[in-house]
Design a protein around this ligand. Structure first.
Ligand SMILES: Nc1nc2c(ncn2[C@@H]2O[C@H](COP(=O)(O)OP(=O)(O)OP(=O)(O)O)[C@@H](O)[C@H]2O)c(=O)[nH]1
Ligand SMILES: [Mg+2]
Ligand SMILES: [Zn+2]
Length: 319
């Protein structure tokens, strides 16, 4: 799927958007992007306590997303973003039409929100984890709505068994029972978090629970399809009372991370890249090569077969 790689045009646009501006010029102000909807960007001033501004965009800035740091100028008529500051990272995905969509910039933790209903899709989860590994962002897996389980001590999707040994943190939560909300707040503390997942899993409900002073729209679940109704339409950044930020995002249908062609898919699977050290061939893809340590580890039950299948699926898709 060549469409998932960064095209030359996209790279050029990103370069252009990093144009240097004089931060000592008194007309230039630093700002933080709080939300972006239909060409209007809400910006928080970083050098004053002025209320947030609605800014227009100078042409050719490329996509501007929540978490971006920008330089803006203000006249009596309007406020306008004139430059984008260099990003620490950028989470991107490819939508159903093959278009690259920026999700959030400068984040330090990706909260992958799953729920009992709608049920988790572990292929989607592995794509999120791959994206987090490639962008050097920490990942936290949250399984919400555990009040819907008959036996709350059971782990019907085997998340702990599969993901905990890989070093990922998993948090079970319930809004209905106010369960582990304080823990979630502690996990978010000091991080620039982005919460993502399919529609209806409870991303906005969790955001609201740790930000009681805000008024966040919560959706319904369709009785017929058990799916969410895409209630959140635009991402928004909130400051957390204990320090750090949280970006609530609209539900995705699939995530389809934008894979960096310079990095291998295996590098996004911690257990596969660890086992690969012992493969006979240094360029082993772990598909059917002789003396492949990854295949041996799968056969020995040391690597989860579902994770390995998801790796193969991604490898085939991105080839
Ligand atoms: N039973 C139960 N329902 C929950 C829980 N958390 C959220 N819900 C319900 O799930 C539905 C969807 O919640 P939202 O917070 O809007 O979900 P979302 O992930 O933000 O959805 P989008 O904005 O569409 O992506 C609402 O009806 C919530 O009341 C929970 O812990 N238990
Ligand atoms: Mg929402
Ligand atoms: Zn191998």
């Amino acid at each position: 799927m060549a469409g998932r790689k960064l095209s030359q045009q996209q790279k050029r646009r990103i370069q252009q958007s990093r144009a240097v501006v004089d931060v000592n010029d008194e007309h230039n102000h630093p700002g933080l992007v709080i939300s972006h909807r239909g060409g209007e960007v809400e910006v928080e001033a970083l050098d004053s306590t002025e209320p947030n501004l609605q800014c227009n965009l100078r042409a050719n800035l490329g996509s501007i997303v929540c978490g971006d740091r920008v330089i803006y100028q203000q006249t009596e008529q309007e406020a306008i973003i004139i430059a984008l500051q260099p990003r620490d990272n950028l989470l991107q995905r490819v939508d159903g039409f093959g278009q690259v969509k920026a999700v959030a910039a400068n984040v330090s933790q990706l909260i992958i929100c799953l729920s009992i209903e709608p049920q988790p899709n572990l292929f989607l989860l592995d794509q999120y984890l791959l994206s987090a590994e490639q962008q050097d962002v920490e990942a936290l897996i949250v399984l919400n709505k555990i009040d819907l389980l008959d036996d709350q001590d059971s782990d019907p999707f085997d998340l702990l068994r599969i993901y905990q040994p890989l070093g990922y943190q998993i948090l079970y939560t319930s809004i209905k029972q106010h369960y582990h909300i304080d823990q979630l707040q502690q996990h978010c503390r000091g991080h620039i978090n982005v919460i993502s997942g399919v529609s209806g899993v409870g991303k906005s409900s969790l955001t609201q629970a740790i930000l009681p002073a805000e008024d966040i729209r919560i959706g319904e679940i369709s009785e017929a399809s058990k799916e969410g109704r895409h209630t959140t339409r635009t991402s928004r950044l909130y400051h957390l009372p204990l320090g750090g930020d949280l970006i609530d995002t609209p539900g995705v249908r699939g995530f389809n991370p934008l894979v960096d062609p310079g990095l291998s898919i295996a590098a996004g699977f911690r257990e596969i890249s660890a086992a690969a050290q012992a493969c006979k061939f240094s360029n082993c893809k772990h598909v059917n090569e002789p003396k492949c340590a990854v295949i041996s580890a799968v056969e020995a039950g040391e690597i989860d077969p579902g994770r390995y299948q998801n790796y193969l699926k991604l490898l085939a898709e991105y080839r």
